[in-house]
Write a protein that binds this ligand. Structure first.
Ligand SMILES: Cc1ncc(COP(=O)(O)O)c(C=O)c1O
Length: 441
């Protein structure tokens, strides 16, 4: 039933990662979306500076995707994925494999980034067990990493509010690399910062402590998004690759944000020239039109598990909705748009203009860092005394009220627009942020 203000009853929905009481006292509801814009329930157009939640990479409400989903819903609404299949599931897996780095051509479908992460961690354990290395169970994540909200993901993740409530129930054998953020050395870096490759060597210390024979996998976001846009230092990822390869440890890149064009290539792996053993993805895989995710797995990792099993089911894992027909329809239509419109290359071409516009905020009130790569930027604000995060929260609200959607985490604003953005809209985003920062104490 609608309340007198015309809004629905807000009391029943427990909102995720939201200050529920504050939101419900000042609700911000979106009614529709098209291209680069949302429209709010009060009829305002809001420029989408964040691709929704880093996921609507081809822009909103693309007709081709909507039609593909509608056709699929009318012809095959659901097909069990256990011991049965449907042709589009295999076509979608081939299409995803076709844009992954060479060798990562075995695809396991999930419904979200969190599920992709937990799936990848399980594949890592299953791989070592299949090879007679069942004692390799330790997982290494990184401070400030975000890998979703499953118990596996929060265990290897490094964001303390996401962990502390559940600290007694996290996975037991997990260590963390140090994060790579340093204002002292890297503030206002453009692209990959020069300082910090040596932080990967901390992995050697962890390996020496536990012995390589106990370690299954290292998981990192090649560019850490949710924690506030941490771009990998030059050479850092290659060092992680070298060390993991040396000790037979699997390397997992969590590309839930970086996959599908954000950095100007299909994957961050391609962009940085470093190939992991597994890639987790979600978000841009379906342009967020239907929840979908996947793990791309190196063929020998897959083969060790699948060909190594005695018979019967080889991997006891999967979801009712793995390769759901609506998801596979959305994935195929989305990948088609990326290819036809060459959107990854478009992101790459726009990146210099995006970088220049982002760094024009250097010198704006309270800005202590701007960092960027591809079509993503982080603008870090000085925290208010005794109120960390408050300044960025106020900026977020003021941006929204002025017609721009950004994200904030801690005191960092994040910008990650759809790859269809025009240069004038890039300027508009950073000018709007600059104007808002002038209004904020
Ligand atoms: C790197 C990374 N991994 C995993 C996730 C979790 O994805 P989901 O919210 O779809 O479960 C996210 C979400 O932002 C992410 O950025």
């Amino acid at each position: 039933m609608n309340a007198p203000n015309g809004l629905p009853d807000l009391s029943h929905l427990w909102m995720p990662f939201t200050a529920n009481r504050h939101f419900k006292s000042q609700p911000r509801l979106l009614a529709s979306a098209k291209g680069m814009y949302y429209t709010s329930v009060d009829g305002r157009h809001i420029l989408d500076g964040t691709s929704g939640l880093w996921c609507v990479n081809a822009g909103h409400c693309r007709d081709e995707i909507a039609q593909a989903i509608a056709r699929q819903a009318a012809s095959l609404d659901y097909a069990p994925g256990f011991q049965l299949g449907h042709p589009q599931a295999f076509e979608a897996a081939s299409a995803v494999a076709g844009i992954m780095p060479a060798g990562l051509d075995r695809i396991f479908f999930t419904n979200s980034g969190s599920e992709s992460v937990d799936t990848a961690l399980k594949i890592a354990l299953a791989y070592h067990r299949a090879r007679g290395d069942a004692q390799r169970t330790r997982l290494i994540g990184r401070e400030r990493g975000y890998h979703g909200v499953g118990f596996g993901g929060i265990s290897v993740g490094g964001i303390s509010p996401n962990r502390k409530t559940f600290s007694g129930a996290l996975l037991p054998a997990v260590d963390h690399l140090p994060h790579t953020h340093s204002l002292e050395h890297n503030a206002f870096s453009k692209g990959q910062p020069a300082w910090g490759a040596h932080l990967a060597d901390e992995l050697e210390r962890i390996v020496a402590l536990h012995d390589p024979s106990t370690i299954a996998a290292v998981i990192v976001e090649p560019m850490a998004g949710s924690t506030g846009v941490l771009v990998p230092p030059q050479g850092y990822l290659q060092r992680l690759r070298d060390i993991t390869a040396k000790y037979g440890i699997l390397l997992i890149f969590d590309e839930v944000i970086t996959g599908y064009g954000r950095l100007g290539a299909a994957t961050a792996s391609e962009c940085f020239g470093v190939t992991p053993d597994l890639i987790t993805m979600a978000k841009g895989i379906s342009n967020a039109a239907v929840p979908a995710g996947a793990v791309a797995v190196k063929r020998d990792v897959h083969d060790a598990i699948v060909n190594g099993a005695p018979g019967g089911i080889e991997f006891f894992h999967g979801y009712t909705y793995s390769a759901h027909p609506l998801a596979t329809a959305a994935i195929l239509a989305t990948l088609d748009i990326y290819r036809r419109e060459d959107l990854f290359a478009r992101a790459r071409k726009l990146a210099p203009a995006f970088e220049a516009a982002a760094h024009s905020l250097q010198g704006a009130p309270n800005v202590i860092d701007v960092r960027n790569i591809g079509l993503v930027a982080g603008i870090e604000l000085a925290p208010r005394k005794d109120a960390p995060g408050a300044r960025a929260a106020e900026a977020f609200h003021k941006c929204f009220d002025s017609g721009l959607m950004v994200r904030y985490t801690g005191d960092t604003l994040a910008v990650s627009p759809p790859l269809i953005i025009e240069e004038a809209q890039i300027d508009q985003i950073f000018q709007s942020i600059g104007n808002v920062l002038k209004e904020i104490a």
